[in-house]
Design a protein around this ligand. Structure first.
Ligand SMILES: NC(=O)c1ccc[n+]([C@@H]2O[C@H](COP(=O)([O-])OP(=O)(O)OC[C@H]3O[C@@H](n4cnc5c(N)ncnc54)[C@H](O)[C@@H]3O)[C@@H](O)[C@H]2O)c1
Length: 270
């Protein structure tokens, strides 16, 4: 129990990565406030945490709405008295390129990724500084933050902005012992066997070849380790970054991408 007595906020806590991270924090003893724009999504993750023996609350709402974020952090303080951990994870996938994405779509996606993280970091940091016990923030990036992916311009731009947001926030908060780091996940196979089978079937069907810029494809042919992570593969790194074990890790990124960003572009594993 590395996070006994700690309170965490996770944004975009869907059953996929955010919810898995939230459950991982709870398993280490943290009380977890689950955010999502869809209240049912946040509730499902909170229910799962409680079923697994943890403590959870929901703070449903839009991460880009400043008055909501302010009140959400206040709700956590009212219930549990402090906040120690923030995971900026919320995202909206809009897979379009410069030529087919509208300005509204671009701005919306950028705002969810960057403004959402800015607002939750601001109001959470204020409480951490008031409490004087330090804290830890983790921004969830993507391999698309580091590599040029066609047909995903808003996502790639927003995620790479979060690389230097992470460093800059880490420098600003260093004197308060609030550490800010990032995790880079990559194309992720769902842990849920039914969803995994759906993905496998889609790949086997060959329909991905009809897409101009496919996002899902036979990962085993291009991934260095011939497999890609599942959501639960990101949990140990999150626990390292937010626990005492990571007390000297600050302003950096840990890629949990099975080697994806290290790969030489011409090489594909045989
Ligand atoms: N799934 C992948 O293959 C993959 C790969 C690399 C990185 N990531 C990153 O991991 C994180 C989680 O991805 P996921 O696949 O679990 O996504 P997901 O779509 O399952 O979850 C994202 C959640 O964010 C919520 N959300 C959207 N807009 C919001 C808003 N304005 N306010 C609050 N919540 C909002 C959605 O309702 C959704 O439940 C994201 O940051 C994503 O970029 C995912």
């Amino acid at each position: 129990m590395k996070l006994e007595g700690k309170v965490a906020i996770v944004t975009g806590a869907s059953a996929n990565i955010g919810g898995t991270l939230a459950r991982g924090l709870a398993r280490e003893g943290a009380k977890v406030a689950c955010n999502d724009i869809n209240p049912e999504t946040a509730q499902n993750t909170a229910d799962m945490i409680v079923r697994e023996g943890g403590e959870a609350m929901i703070i449903p709402g839009d991460v880009t709405d400043e008055s909501f974020v302010k009140s959400a952090v206040q709700q956590v303080i009212d219930k549990w008295g402090h906040v120690d951990i923030l995971v900026n994870n919320a995202v909206k996938f809009i897979t379009k390129g410069i030529l087919d994405m509208s300005t509204e779509e671009f701005n919306e996606q950028m705002q969810i990724i960057t403004t959402g993280a800015f607002l939750f970091s601001k109001y959470t940091a204020q409480e951490m500084i008031k409490a004087g016990n330090g804290g830890a923030m983790v921004n969830i990036l993507s391999t698309a933050a580091w590599q040029g992916q066609p047909g995903n311009i808003g996502y790639c731009t927003g995620k790479s902005a979060m690389i230097n947001f992470t460093r800059s926030a880490a420098m600003e908060f260093a004197e308060h012992h609030i550490r800010v780091n990032a995790i880079t996940p990559t194309a992720t196979m769902p842990d849920d066997p039914a969803k995994r089978a759906m993905m496998d079937n889609y790949i086997a069907s060959g329909k991905w070849k009809d897409q101009k810029f496919p996002l899902i494809m036979p990962f085993t042919e291009v991934a260095p380790m011939k497999e890609v992570p599942g959501p639960s593969d990101y949990v140990p790194t999150l626990i390292l970054l937010v626990s005492e074990d990571g007390r000297m890790i600050n302003g950096t990124n840990i890629s949990v991408d099975a080697g994806a960003t290290a790969k030489y572009w011409l090489w594909n594993p045989k």
